[in-house]
Design a protein around this ligand. Structure first.
Ligand code: BG6
Length: 471
């Protein structure tokens, strides 16, 4: 089966992970510019000051993407380039940069798919309480409107937020991301609600402009499965999905929070500080979502916790997706299973879990339009005689694209696939060691770009609309 002609084959990046130029042309500092400088926070103290210098080399990068045959490029806008302090005066050079980037994509017929927030928050807003402060949401809506007015004539796909669960949980539960707070579920839930409220207001504003594009948001898609079919582990999976999926997807797609979680949060005093008016806006906005973006890397295998819980110390390594940690409410823990395959960073490789998860989503939410906005393999690529032989990445993407095809066959409405990532970039906590791209960046040689084996392979997949994939 070929993928339909209007299915977009793309690849993605995010501003902080590629742009560099952290203080160039009037950009203001962000939470990440500050956080990475705290000793021990990132692998070997790596930071995005220069990253892969996409800011200055975007023309070369887009040319390579075009050569690969990419139909769409998902990138994010750095808020602090547009509004250096988060609010107030616009930095025209920031607007110019993204106009140039968008125009460069369009020159090659590459569809720009723009994320408005991929975690880099202007520093003054971080200092004022970040997403715990409702004024950050007000500032975000204004920033989004500026972007719509500046770029919306050419950008027809906007993502409001990338992976709320990650910046909320790593920010306020594991402390691995800014602001580095640990074990504060009250703040975690407050942040999620403030973000969803900002999302709702933003899409309402977008629709008022009648730009006739699409708008949605991207969530982590990490379906939970019990480690076995016992009643208690089926329960554990249901509970995990309620908290990690329904809590995030329901307010966007149904306009209300899941009752199961709401009741428990109410009982434990963790309910967000929401108002009736905010809940009403979330309800009003739900039908205006045009799509949901899904970032799938792995499923979660869960086991019910009985009795004492072993304390797992949070480290940089286990804070971003590897199994082991108990849930905040000690109901279940995620488990590494002997019969599953894992990456070097202990992320499970499961195309099967992807298919069943997508089908589960369809059954739960109906015919929602989905884009796979991230999927890929973090690896240390093998280089032989200068050739980057990233065969494991080819296998990974092959199998996950086959999974998408299978889900489409089973009636799931998926309209595009964005590999993470278009080009090697800064992994937030793992430096440049963990690679994801089709294009290699040589940090020992003036950031020279080189095509990997996967570059040529993906080109063929796109050209054949998936017919070259191996089932
Ligand atoms: C996603 C993020 O969560 O995972 C990306 O949206 C990130 O920005 C990707 O790079 C991979 O994560 P990591 O930790 O392997 O770099």
């Amino acid at each position: 089966m070929k993928f339909a002609n209007d299915f977009l084959f793309g690849a993605a990046t995010a501003s902080y992970q590629v742009e560099g130029a952290w203080d160039q042309d009037g950009k203001g500092p962000t939470n990440w510019d500050e956080f990475v400088k705290i000793p021990g926070k990132t692998f070997e103290g790596t930071n995005g000051d220069i990253a892969i210098d996409h800011y200055n080399r975007y023309k070369e990068d887009i040319k390579l993407m075009a050569e690969m045959g990419l139909e769409s490029y998902r990138f994010s806008i750095s808020w602090a380039r547009i509004l250096p302090t988060g609010t107030g005066e616009i930095n025209q050079k920031g607007i110019d940069f993204y106009n140039n980037l968008i125009d460069e994509c369009l020159k090659y017929g590459i569809v720009p798919f723009v994320t408005l927030y991929h975690w880099d928050l202007p520093l003054p807003l971080e200092k004022a309480g970040a997403w715990l402060n409702k004024e950050t949401g007000d500032a975000y809506v204004e920033y989004a409107k500026i972007c719509f007015n500046a770029f919306g004539d050419r950008v027809k796909h906007f993502i409001t937020f990338n992976e709320t669960v990650v910046f909320a949980s790593l920010g306020y539960m594991s402390g691995a991301h800014p602001p580095g707070i640990q074990n504060d579920p009250k703040k975690y839930f407050d942040v999620t609600h403030n973000v969803f409220y900002a999302h709702a207001r933003t899409i309402i504003e977008y629709k008022k402009l009648k730009q006739y594009g699409e708008i949605g948001l991207s969530h982590v898609f990490c379906p939970a499965y019990g480690v076995d079919d016992s009643e208690e582990n089926i329960f554990a999976a249901m509970h995990a999905n309620q908290y990690n999926m329904n809590w995030f997807y329901d307010p966007i797609l149904k306009g209300e929070y899941p009752e199961y979680v709401v009741k428990q949060l109410e009982a434990s005093g963790l309910l967000p500080n929401w108002t009736d008016a905010e809940l009403k806006t979330i309800k009003q906005a739900a039908p205006l979502n045009d799509f949901m973006g899904l970032n799938y890397y792995q499923p979660m295998r869960v086991e019910k916790i009985n009795g004492e819980v072993e304390k797992v110390e949070i480290t940089r390594e286990n804070s971003t997706g590897s199994p082991g940690n108990p849930s905040f409410d000690h109901v279940y823990k995620s488990v590494k299973m002997a019969d599953k395959k894992y990456t070097k960073w202990d992320w499970e490789i499961s195309p099967e879990g992807f298919v069943s998860g997508l089908v589960m989503l369809k059954e739960h939410y109906g015919q929602i339009k989905f884009y796979i906005t991230e999927n890929g393999l973090g690896d240390e690529d093998v280089i032989i005689n200068g050739d980057i032989l990233d065969t494991p990445r080819i296998d990974f993407i092959n199998d996950h694209l086959c999974a998408v095809r299978e889900a489409i066959k089973q009636g799931v409405h998926v309209k595009g696939y964005y590999a993470w990532s278009a080009i090697d970039l800064l992994s937030w906590l793992n430096g440049y060691k963990k690679q994801y791209g089709f294009i290699y960046v040589d940090h020992a040689n003036d950031l020279a770009r080189k095509k990997k084996a996967s570059f040529h392979w993906f080109k063929e997949v796109i050209e054949t609309r998936g017919e070259s994939l191996k089932d």
